[in-house]
Design a binder for this molecule. Structure first.
Ligand SMILES: Cc1ncc(COP(=O)(O)O)c(C=O)c1O
Length: 385
C-alpha cells in the first residue's frame, strides 16, 4: 500500500513513537500532580519540554496539552470570545471546520461578526491593515498552511501588524507544525499557536495543544474539572497550564508525542520540508503534459506544507480516490477536506478534490506510481486488466 494521506494523520508512525506509547501503557500510571512522581516519570513535563524545544518557547507552563487542534481551537475561540460582549473575528476562507464551526456557532447566537478574507488579502498587508483599522477586530484566526492546497499564510507578519493594536492572533498550525520551522522567540507575544500531535509531529491521534503567547492574559476555561492539585478549590485553579487542563490526561499519547517531536527534530524540519517539496514538485513535473488535470496549487507555489490537490476533467474526485485505492492500492483523500469555503474560491465546490499529502517516509517511487496511475485513469483505461 502507498499511503499519501498524511495531512489527515501521518502513517507510518516512527518505531520510537510506538515504543514510547507501549512503554507508557506498561508503566504504573502515576499522574503528575496526582501522587508522588519519580524522577524522569513526568511524561507531561517531558512532552512540554520537547514542544518548547521545537518552537523555542521559554515558559513551558504556557504550553497547554489537549486532545488536538479541534479541542484547542474550541478552548481558545470560546474562551477568548467570552471576553468580549460583541466579538468581531477576522479570518480566512482557507480555514478548517474546527475554526469555522465554533465561529459560526457564535455567529448564529448573535455574538459574533465574522469577516472571512481570501488568502491574497494576507499578502497585501496594506489591505489587511486597512481592514484591521476600519473595524474593531477582537481577534484574528488564521490557518498557517491550508490542508487543501498547502497555501502558506504569512502568520508571523500578520501577528506583528496586530500586536500594537493588542489583537490576539490564533494560528492554526495543524498542517505546519513539523513541516515549517517556527521560532516563536522571534514572534510577537500576541499569538496563540494551536498544534496537533498526529500529523507532522508524528505522534499518536488524540494529542496536541496550544501555546499562549506571553501577551495573552488568561481567558475563561471552557472545560472545568479535576486537576489533582488544589482540590479544595471549587473553581478551576488560575495557574497555567492546569487552568486549561482538566480531567485525566492522555499520558501514553503524550509519551508518543514527545518521541515523535524528538524524531523529527533529529532529522531536521528543513530536511523534512525539502523532501516533501521535492516530491510534490516531481509529481507536477511528471504530469505536466496531462491536459486533463486541474491543479489546485498553493498561491505561492511553495510545496513546503506537503499538501497538494487536483481533479481530473470528467471524473468525480471520489471516483478517482476509489480507483486509486482499489486498483492501485494508493491511499489519498477526496472531498472537501473539512474546509468548505476554499473550494468555492478554487472552483472545486461542491465535490472537492483529490488530495495528496506526503511525509518523511514517502518515497519518490510512490510518487512515480501515483503519476502513472493518474495518467491511466485520465486515459480511461480499464485499470482492472
Ligand atoms: C488545518 C487543520 N486544522 C485543524 C485540524 C483538526 O485537527 P485535529 O485532528 O487535531 O483535531 C486539521 C485536521 O485535519 C487541519 O488540517
Amino acid at each position: 500500500m502507498i499511503y499519501l494521506n498524511n495531512a489527515a494523520t501521518s502513517y507510518p508512525k516512527p518505531k520510537e513513537v510506538v515504543d514510547a506509547v507501549t512503554d507508557a501503557l506498561n508503566r504504573c500510571p502515576i499522574e503528575p500532580g496526582r501522587g508522588s512522581i519519580g524522577e524522569g516519570n513526568d511524561i507531561l513535563t517531558d512532552c512540554r519540554q520537547e514542544v518548547a524545544r521545537l518552537f523555542r518557547i521559554n515558559d513551558i507552563s504556557r504550553i497547554i496539552l489537549t486532545s488536538g487542534s479541534t479541542s484547542s481551537l474550541n478552548y481558545v475561540i470560546h474562551g477568548l470570545g467570552s471576553r468580549y460582549p460583541d466579538i468581531h473575528c477576522l479570518t480566512s476562507i482557507q480555514e478548517h471546520n474546527s475554526v469555522l464551526r465554533p465561529l459560526n456557532h457564535l455567529k448564529r447566537k448573535g455574538k459574533l461578526k465574522l469577516t472571512c478574507l481570501e488568502p491574497d488579502n494576507f499578502y497585501d498587508l496594506t489591505t489587511f491593515e486597512k481592514a484591521l483599522k476600519e473595524e474593531a477586530v477582537s481577534f484574528v484566526v488564521l490557518n498557517h498552511v491550508s490542508n487543501v492546497n498547502g497555501t502558506i499564510l504569512p502568520v508571523q507578519k500578520i501577528a506583528e501588524i496586530c500586536n500594537p493594536y493588542q489583537i490576539p492572533v490564533i494560528v492554526d498550525a495543524s498542517q505546519s507544525a513539523g513541516s515549517i520551522d517556527m521560532d516563536l522567540s522571534t514572534w510577537p507575544e500576541n499569538i496563540i499557536l494551536v498544534f496537533t500531535g498526529h500529523k507532522g509531529l508524528m505522534g499518536p491521534m488524540g494529542t496536541g495543544g496550544f501555546y499562549l503567547g506571553s501577551g495573552i492574559s488568561n481567558f475563561e476555561p471552557v472545560v472545568q474539572g479535576g486537576t489533582g492539585v488544589r482540590s479544595e478549590l471549587l473553581y478551576q485553579p488560575e495557574t497555567l497550564p492546569i487552568l486549561y487542563e482538566a480531567g485525566t490526561m492522555n499520558l501514553p499519547g503524550f509519551a508518543g508525542l514527545r518521541a515523535g517531536i524528538r524524531f523529527i527534530q533529529e532529522i531536521g524540519i528543513k530536511k523534512i520540508s525539502d523532501h516533501k517539496h521535492r516530491l510534490l514538485k516531481h509529481l507536477c513535473e511528471l504530469l505536466l503534459a496531462n491536459d486533463k488535470i486541474i491543479w489546485y496549487k498553493p498561491v505561492n507555489e511553495d510545496f513546503r506544507g506537503g499538501v497538494l490537490s487536483f481533479n481530473l476533467r470528467d471524473h468525480a474526485p471520489e471516483d478517482i480516490g476509489l480507483i486509486l485505492q482499489e486498483a492501485f492500492q494508493i491511499v489519498t483523500r477526496t472531498g472537501l477536506h473539512c474546509a468548505p469555503l476554499i473550494h468555492q474560491k478554487l472552483g472545486s465546490w461542491p465535490k472537492g478534490s483529490v488530495r495528496i499529502s506526503c511525509s518523511w517516509f514517502t518515497k519518490s517511487e510512490a510518487i512515480e506510481t501515483l503519476a502513472n496511475a493518474i495518467q491511466a485513469i485520465g486515459r480511461g483505461r480499464t485499470w482492472k486488466s
